[in-house]
Ligand binder design. Structure first.
Ligand code: TEU
Length: 590
């Protein structure tokens, strides 16, 4: 077990690896990653040096939204395995000293969840319907939706059912929002937390944590519709009828009682796309305990934006008694960071707009400079992993994977893409969800339908055959042939690879930084406007030492402070200076 994980507050500076189960590793050959695949790769994750894994949803689901449409919160999707497989995976993780975090989706259920089926059957005004948000429509016969709100995935946010009522959904039509004023909903989730805790789970990632509380009754829905939109998630003053409402915190205070029934108390992290000044409310120790700080994920490769992202993350943690900051560069919802940093950086545009435009045109609008993207992603990894608090790594980030922009439209799965009018809007999030390449030698042939993609083999994602000996199904999303260069086995033996850098960085982090138990201190080192440099307390060979991380965004190389260089993301200049778009880690001379 890592020294960090032997502490009850392990989560305060854990490195958490996000597994997107359907795209991680397929053991049974059906083209979908599975729970047994995660068990098989525990050794890889242990060697990588992470402290915990977070599993995106693996529950029974019709996959209307990649598993975030949950049919049963207390079971495993039969395509991904059984509860026994789950228990075996937890045992393997714990046996290797890794913690396990599962994703809980409390804002909405699948429309195939038993609660929703009961609601449809029971009819208007029933107790079963009160578990969701049903309203009458406008117009003479209620034929118009209660207002004109649009869902986040495109199309109206209201759907009409057979008897004429309408239900509300922030996301896909298959994801009806639940009514958190209903006591059954509270019970359902408390039971779910206890169920997974009893199966050994160490913590929870709370999906859309800023959306649970709704107030659709203080004004007419028509008035609310005129004043607010579903799209406006970052409201500053708690006035939005659905986002970041003050009473959402009562729900988390209640959950905290359940988390504290366990020893050590179960951990939770909020996914809340709120203004930085509100993050800490979710991270209070009376509530979830930690919140994702998405400021890194939103920042361009720009010294000022990156500095602000760090300052805001540290400020947010400082406002919370007992929590720590979190750092996120990529996840399953946003274009991969190596790609973002290799595309033109135009700070005046909205977050991810360049990457989204590029995706929408299948990667043809802008030039993706991969060498530059990799160089910056390497520098960013050191910038991030030296910071106090927890770092979240999205599967494939450690391989330096790029976004796959040219998946043919008819093979996409994300409702973001195919629910909306394609040409005008969004290609969705599948480009970062393509099944991982594990083995370079298991190389597919160019596909008949598109020579950029593979067919036949799967870079070790799936076995060649199913258990009955018939050929394995194709991966659920197609793998491009260029994945070969990023296969985990190839990178593991390449001293210049991203994987090798992550290994080295995580090892140093655990030995020198996390080992101090100090998860908050950071001092800025002033090396000019183009440089982000900080120092932190460290231990080295049993004595106190000072760690420094330096990242140069400027064109001219900068002289490093005096000390022992531990790691650099790129070769140093001839005079020993740190060149542009590079980071170095050092132990400073006393
Ligand atoms: O995402 C919540 C969320 O707010 C998203 O709208 C996010 O802003 C968007 O995906 C960025 O492109 C969570 C999950 O992470 C996501 O995968 C789910 O689709 C969503 O909830 C619904 O459960």
């Amino acid at each position: 077990m890592t020294a960090n994980n032997s502490r009850d507050d392990w989560w305060k500076q854990a490195v958490v690896y996000q597994v997107y189960p359907r795209s991680f590793k397929d053991v049974n050959g059906d083209g979908l990653g599975d729970i047994a695949g995660i068990t098989e790769k525990i050794g890889y994750l242990k060697t990588l040096g992470v402290d915990a894994i977070w599993l995106s949803p693996f529950y029974p689901s019709e996959l209307a939204d990649g598993g975030y449409d949950v049919i049963d919160y207390r079971n495993v999707d039969p395509r991904l395995g059984t509860m026994d497989d789950f228990d075996a995976m937890v045992a393997a993780a714990h046996g290797s000293g890794l913690k396990v975090i599962v994703d809980i989706v409390p804002n909405h259920t699948s429309n195939k969840h038993r609660f929703f089926k009961e609601a449809l059957k029971a009819g208007r005004g029933s107790a079963a319907r009160d578990r969701y948000i049903f309203r009458e429509g406008r117009g003479k016969n209620g034929e118009l939706p209660p207002n004109d709100w649009q869902s986040l995935f495109g199309g109206p946010a209201w759907e009409r059912v057979d008897d004429g009522q309408w239900y509300f959904h922030i996301f896909a039509v298959e994801q009806p929002d639940v009514n958190w004023k209903n006591p059954d909903i509270h019970e359902e989730f408390k039971e779910t937390f206890r169920f997974w805790s009893d199966h050994g789970v160490d913590g929870f990632r709370i999906d859309v944590a800023h959306g649970l509380a709704k107030d659709f009754d203080s004004k007419s829905l028509e008035e609310l519709g005129a004043e607010f939109s579903v799209q406006d998630q970052e409201s500053h003053d708690g006035s939005s009828p659905m986002w970041d409402r003050p009473e959402v915190h009562d729900i988390y205070k209640e959950w905290r009682q359940v988390f504290n029934e366990y020893n050590p108390p179960r951990f939770a992290v909020a996914e809340a796309w709120v203004v930085p000044e509100h993050q800490h409310l979710y991270a209070s120790t009376d509530e979830l305990g930690q919140v994702f700080n998405f400021e890194f994920a939103k920042a361009d490769w720009d010294v000022d934006q990156m500095r602000t992202a760090i300052t805001e993350g540290l400020d947010s943690a400082a406002r919370t008694n007992g929590s720590t900051s979190t750092w996120v560069m990529s996840n399953h919802d946003i274009p991969r960071n190596a790609t973002r940093y290799g595309l033109p950086q135009i700070p005046s545009t909205d977050k991810h707009q360049i990457a989204k435009d590029w995706l929408l045109r299948d990667g043809k609008t802008y030039f993706e400079d991969r060498a530059l993207g990799t160089r910056r992603a390497r520098a960013a990894a050191l910038l991030e992993l030296g910071l106090p608090g927890s770092a979240y790594i999205y599967q494939g980030e450690e391989l330096g994977l790029f976004e796959v922009p040219d998946i043919p439209w008819d093979r996409l799965e994300d409702p973001n893409a195919f629910r909306t009018s394609q040409a005008a809007s969004d290609k969705g999030r599948d480009g970062c969800r393509v099944p991982l390449p594990w083995i370079a030698g298991d190389e597919p042939k160019p596909a008949k339908w598109d020579k950029n993609f593979g067919e036949g083999a799967t870079f070790g994602f799936s076995p060649a055959t199913k258990t009955d000996g018939t050929p394995a199904a194709a991966p659920h999303l197609p793998q491009p042939l260029w994945f070969k260069d990023f296969a985990a086995d190839k990178e593991a033996t390449d001293p210049t690879s991203m994987l090798t850098l992550y290994h080295a960085a995580l090892k140093d982090r655990a030995e020198l930084l996390t080992a101090t138990g100090d998860h908050a201190s950071l001092d800025w080192l002033d090396m000019g406007d183009d440089v982000i440099a900080y120092t932190r307390p460290a231990v080295y060979q049993g004595s106190q030492a000072t760690f420094a991380s330096v990242t140069n965004f400027g064109t001219a190389p900068v002289a490093l402070p005096k000390g022992r260089i531990l790691l650099t993301s790129a070769e140093l200049a001839e005079d020993g200076g740190l060149p542009q778009d590079a980071s170095a880690w050092l132990l400073l001379d006393k």
